[in-house]
Write a protein that binds this ligand. Sequence first.
Ligand SMILES: *[C@@H]1O[C@H](CO)[C@@H](O)[C@H](O)[C@H]1NC(C)=O
Ligand SMILES: *[C@@H]1O[C@H](CO)[C@@H](O)[C@H](O)[C@H]1NC(C)=O
Length: 300
Amino acid sequence: MVKLTYRGICAPVFTVFNTDLSVNTAIIPKYAKFLADNGVDGVLVHGTTGEGMAMTVAERKTVVEQWVKAVKTTKQHLMLQVGGCPLPDVLELTRHAEKVGVDSLLCLPELYFKPATSKELIHYLKIVGEAAPKTPLLYYHIPVWTGVNINMGKCMNEIVGQVPTFQGIKYTSNDLDGALAALKANNGKYAVFLGADTLMASAFAMGFDSVIATTLNIVPQYAVKIRDAIKNNNVTEARKLQLQLNEMCDIITKNGNWVPTMKAAMTSLTEFNVGSARPPQMNLTVEHIEEMKRSLKTIM
Ligand SMILES: *[C@@H]1O[C@H](CO)[C@@H](O)[C@H](O)[C@H]1NC(C)=O
Ligand SMILES: *[C@@H]1O[C@H](CO)[C@@H](O)[C@H](O)[C@H]1NC(C)=O
């Protein structure tokens, strides 16, 4: 039986593009080590942050093969997002992922022939799951981006026994109440990775054990320290760190969309140049990047 035992602090890694927008895989071993050295015990490849949906199938395969190699050294959990393209391509990526040995799969819903009901979503996950019968499968709930907003608590009770490899979800929404219903589904046996950088202290206090948050790439120590502070009943410390992180997020995302702004922040604040986001996402202007750097300096 397929079972996902991993729970933890997982970074949704950026895909690094060169100035000609080709994929840079040479950076991956050092990037993996940087995260591992800072307490990040898992990576999610080709999520929203990783721009999987802006890449070809061949590129996605090449990148994940390099991450598989890198995590052999760092011992991080490797979760791969395989959705966001036509179903035949999703299935090809899924089969490839199992063959190269990723630890788990995350999958977006179909983005055009969208599921309107739990039943339709479960049907889709069943098809994807069958393409990788030995690898745990998670569903990627991110309604603001996909327009698919199915009640997760309800769906995760319904799916029990229907998709043998199904093991949980990534829940990207600020609706903590809905996330908690997902955490309780199937008697709490499924994993819920919360994707909400600004709500980690609240989530850990409510009993969540796993997060996937973009800022883990840039300032990994925050999530790790927030989790530990809650574990040690140090609410004052958890609150202080969360409020600082939220202020950072406000400054970073002020002048653009999530991925391009977070990429600019990563390049500004770490040793890694992660390049621009791919079109159609728009780059930040040089002036906005300078303004971001100045504002971040005042609070860090
Ligand atoms: C909370 O953590 C901070 C930073 O580590 C520490 O200075 C403080 O003494 C802690 N407070 C409690 C009540 O443990
Ligand atoms: C963003 O910058 C890259 C170079 O880093 C360029 O190739 C790309 O066309 C730019 N995108 C937009 C939307 O301006």
